[in-house]
Design a protein around this ligand. Structure first.
Ligand code: FDA
Ligand code: NAP
Length: 450
């Protein structure tokens, strides 16, 4: 299934994070069970090896979903790629169960994903950035059912072209900085945290700041406080304090596979209700254990009379300027709009992510893709972009479908089921096209005999 030169694949995946890894597995499992010629596929990943938000693999960070919401279980509970199969292979199943906890650490879940990715090594080519998706040269109307990808080999510096009848875009979330603030060696986004931190001498970090009130901000604030005992740690947040992530059972239903159905079929008020009532399951919220730990630290420092964890609530960062090797941060309080300055040696913007948008990657091809009244891409229930009739190849999205499929679009919760649905859609569409070809041949043969 690897990347063959000059082949026209049935499906090419852009990105090999958990979503497309799950799809590669779904295709393999479906093809083993379905009476069809095997589906040819290739996946391209820009990183040099498998990695899932490596820069946030903080030592004690835990997963935000149950281990059962792995790459496969909700689609195929007997898959050899499940988290339970991984634990069994590593000889840790018993010990894991003894913890009596649904949530592995992110480090262990990363090991699981690496283990699964290694089993699918033939499906993926690393060091490969897809730079564009285009109609093939000399194409007929709408590309004759396939598109051409330009793939840059970042290790060799070369570029090649790959043809495919279906493309699955799964390039992930895009780090978001506040307007007008640029990253540099002391101004970091949380998505690059461990790499930047690892390149900086901890001794020079005497004063650090973390911006945001979400899970990333809370984890980095704790990390700084633990790792830099000599440093002042400033948590800057727009809210009055951290708010808890609602993971109670009724609210958790918004991540069920059925909720995708309800969202997709819902009218505007129904979809709006999902976001209005349940945004606090995921965005700008923090695990209660982390909130407790941070509050306890603040309290303990108050008791000891030695304060080095400082909370600047109802506050936004308006600007960051160089001040020698340090940075001068302009803070604006939302209370009376006072502005003040804070000098720090490094500042981390844990200000979240924008959802995936395939527009740039699709380039000129985007004009074939239809949009709704709000300007969003129209997407079918099976995650395919709705295109004008002349573009007959399939362009599928894993991510970036919050407007059509709801809250799980950028999360892990539904990837096993979603990947199965996409694999089925690709397999069914190929079967339909093969049947149509056979029917046309039969009609032609009959017509010749008459
Ligand atoms: P993901 O971003 O993981 O993968 C996309 C891949 O595409 C990357 O490997 C990237 O290198 C590659 N790529 C991008 N552009 C490319 C190109 N042009 N060519 C080739 N390759 C390209 N959700 C959840 O449900 N539970 C959780 O516990 C967490 N935890 C969590 C922690 C942190 C720190 C973050 C930031 C996010 C989460 N999430 C989460 C949400 C997160 O989006 C989700 O876990 C997955 O990363 C989604 O997987 P994807 O494969 O869709 O994207
Ligand atoms: P997030 O939840 O979107 O939070 C971003 C925070 O930054 C919000 O509090 C936001 O406030 C604030 N913010 C944005 N712009 C700001 C500005 N200019 N000044 C001050 N504050 C600003 O992002 P995240 O914490 O990175 O989480 C993203 C996803 O990753 C979530 O799904 C989360 O669950 C996941 N995650 C998981 C783990 C884990 O598994 N352990 C760890 C980290 C992250 P507003 O709300 O007002 O915009």
């Amino acid at each position: 299934m690897g990347a063959r030169e000059n082949a026209t694949y049935d499906v090419v995946g852009i990105g090999f994070g958990p979503s497309n890894l799950s799809l590669a597995i779904a295709l393999e499992e479906r093809c083993a069970n379905v009476l069809t010629n095997s589906i040819t596929s290739a996946f391209f990943e820009r990183q040099s090896s498998f990695g899932w938000h490596r820069n946030m693999l903080l030592p004690s960070a835990t997963m935000q979903i149950s281990f059962l919401k792995d790459l496969v279980t909700f689609r195929n509970p007997v898959s050899r790629f499940s988290f339970v199969a991984f634990l069994h292979a590593k000889g840790r199943l018993g010990q894991f169960v003894n913890r009596k906890d649904f949530f592995p650490t992110r480090q262990e879940f990363h090991q699981y994903l690496e283990w699964a990715a290694a089993k699918m090594a033939d499906a993926v080519t690393y060091d490969s950035t897809v730079t564009s998706v285009q109609l093939p040269p000399d194409h007929g109307s709408g590309g004759d059912g396939y598109v051409q990808l330009e793939v840059r080999d970042t290790a060799a510096g070369s570029t090649r072209r790959v043809n495919t009848r279906n493309v699955v875009v799964s390039t992930g979330l895009v780090p978001r900085m506040p307007d007008g603030i640029a990253r540099d060696d002391r101004v970091w986004h949380s998505s690059e945290f461990l790499t930047r931190y690892g390149r900086t001498d901890p001794e020079v970090l005497r004063s650090v700041a973390v911006v945001g009130a979400g899970q990333s901000a809370a984890e980095i604030t704790q990390f700084f406080h633990g790792r830099l005992p000599h440093a002042q740690v400033h948590a800057i947040m727009p809210s009055y304090g951290y708010s808890v992530a609602d993971d109670t059972p009724f609210a958790n239903q918004v991540f069920d596979a059925d909720a995708v159905e309800d969202y997709y079929d819902g009218d505007e008020p129904a979809r709006d209700a999902f976001w209005r009532y349940h945004r606090n399951t995921n965005y700008g919220v923090v695990d209660s254990a982390d909130i407790q730990a941070l509050y306890q630290t603040q309290y303990d420092e108050g008791v000891a009379g030695a304060k080095r964890l400082h909370f600047h609530n109802l506050t936004k960062v308006r600007a960051v300027e160089r001040n020698g090797s340090a940075r001068r941060v302009t803070l604006q309080s939302l209370r009376h709009h006072e502005v003040r300055q804070l000098d720090v040696d490094a500042i981390v913007f844990a200000t979240g992510y924008a959802s995936m948008d395939p527009t740039q990657l699709l380039g000129d091809l985007d004009r074939y893709c239809l949009r709704d009244e709000s300007g969003h891409h129209r997407v079918t229930r099976d995650y395919r972009l709705v295109t004008t009739p002349e573009l007959s190849c399939g362009i599928y999205l894993q991510g970036g479908t919050e407007h059509t499929h709801g809250l799980t679009s950028s999360l892990l919760s539904n990837i096993a089921v979603r990947s199965g649905e996409i694999a089925d859609s690709i397999i069914c569409r190929r079967a339909e096209s093969e049947l149509a070809t056979i029917a046309a041949e039969v009609r032609e043969a009959v017509a010749e005999r008459l």
